[in-house]
Design a protein around this ligand. Structure first.
Ligand code: NAD
Length: 266
């Protein structure tokens, strides 16, 4: 039997960081189902409005755009209030925005630590806190946190990223338990390597340190830890988000779901 998604038509989804990579791909997947979208990401206002207008035209949905900086809780509250005023309360919340910075712990810049914790972890606390009451009132909600394989295991030079991603796995569990009787499911997706701009710097560093081409460095990066010797397509994460929104996934909550090419199976 096919998984039923048609109930997403007319629901309102908010995806942080949906101007690029996994968030943008997820926005397309949800829009295809007729889900209205609050799009968000660091992009000039005019460009973001254009993106929102393109989504509205292509998918016949209502859209809203914000480029609120997630490091600032007040901006998060203001952007969510504006989004809800424009489209109605949020049914599907995808906490996706994130950044990366790699350095060993002794030299890790404090400002990068603070930014990664604020964007990759604390912003999800703020969006969840604001979205949950209306979901509970409607007795339906889906919260999906895009964590990482680094929410389950560690790698060198990623102190802040691993701390934030392990944190979001913990937050996912707590909110899932708290919301279990309110029709809200809360899950974390833990991807391995996904082909997005987030990892460009890591590939470029390997290429320059080892004198490799970009593609050779990319292959080395992937296969160093991930048995599946290829990067995931961002759309595959979007399709997983869609599944978690379906009725078939009603019983999945509080889970940290690896999508990591057997990285954590080792
Ligand atoms: P990306 O760089 O393509 O997109 C990141 C998004 O976050 C962009 O829309 C950007 O504007 C937004 N963003 C960054 N800083 C922000 C800020 N201060 N305020 C508001 N928005 C901000 O990255 P991606 O690979 O699509 O990453 C999406 C999520 O997936 C992240 O949480 C990342 O940690 C996670 N992830 C990525 C991979 C991977 O290999 N690419 C693997 C596992 C998990």
């Amino acid at each position: 039997m096919a998984v039923e998604h048609s109930s997403l038509k007319g629901k309102v989804g908010l995806i942080t960081g949906s101007t690029s990579g996994i968030g943008l791909a997820t926005a397309h997947v949800l829009a295809e189902q007729g889900c209205h979208l609050i799009l968000h990401g660091l992009m000039p206002e005019a460009e973001g409005r254009r993106l929102a207008a393109e989504f509205a035209e292509q998918y016949h949905i209502h859209t809203f755009f914000s480029n609120a900086d997630l490091r600032d809780p007040e901006s998060i509250h203001a952007f969510m209030n504006a989004g809800v005023k424009a489209l109605g309360s949020i049914d599907i919340l995808v906490n996706n925005a994130g950044i990366q910075y790699t350095e060993n712990v002794a030299h890790f810049p404090i400002d990068k630590w603070n930014d990664i914790i604020a964007i990759n972890l604390s912003s999800a606390f703020h969006t969840i806190q604001q979205a949950v009451p209306a979901m509970a009132e409607k007795r339906w909600g889906r919260i999906i946190n895009i964590a990482s394989v680094h929410g389950l295991v560690a790698s060198v030079n990623k102190a802040a990223y691993c701390a934030a991603k392990h944190g979001i796995v913990g937050l996912t569990k707590v909110v899932a338990i708290e919301c279990a009787e309110q029709g809200i499911t809360v899950n974390a997706i833990c991807p391995g390597w996904v082909d997005t701009p987030l990892i460009n710097k890591q590939i470029e560093a390997i290429a320059s340190n080892k004198g490799l081409s970009y593609d050779e460095a990319k292959y080395q990066l992937v296969t160093a830890k991930q048995p599946l010797p290829e990067m995931l397509d961002p759309r595959q994460i979007g399709e997983f988000v869609l599944f978690l929104c379906s009725n078939a996934a009603r019983g999945i909550t509080g889970a940290s779901l690896a999508m990591d090419g057997a990285w954590t199976a080792q």
